[in-house]
Design a protein around this ligand. Sequence first.
Ligand SMILES: [Zn+2]
Length: 85
Amino acid sequence: MSTYKNCQSCGMPLKKDPNHGGTESDGSKSVMYCSYCYQEGAFTQPDWTVGEMQSFCKSKLREMGFPGFLASWMTKSLPRLERWK
Ligand SMILES: [Zn+2]
């Protein structure tokens, strides 16, 4: 099984996740997704497109004080993550 440094849905570094990753339906930790995106074996926002995820992340990053251009740059690689392939 491969492991990932970043959540394969939103791109957040998994070590920054306060819960250290999402959970599978059997209660084990997900190695791919963070606790914001993935809970008990399902995506918390199952209907989102990658575009919706990008705008969500951008507004989150702006809330955290990142300038807009940096937020855009940080979310640019989202379509390459496993969830969106
Ligand atoms: Zn995530």
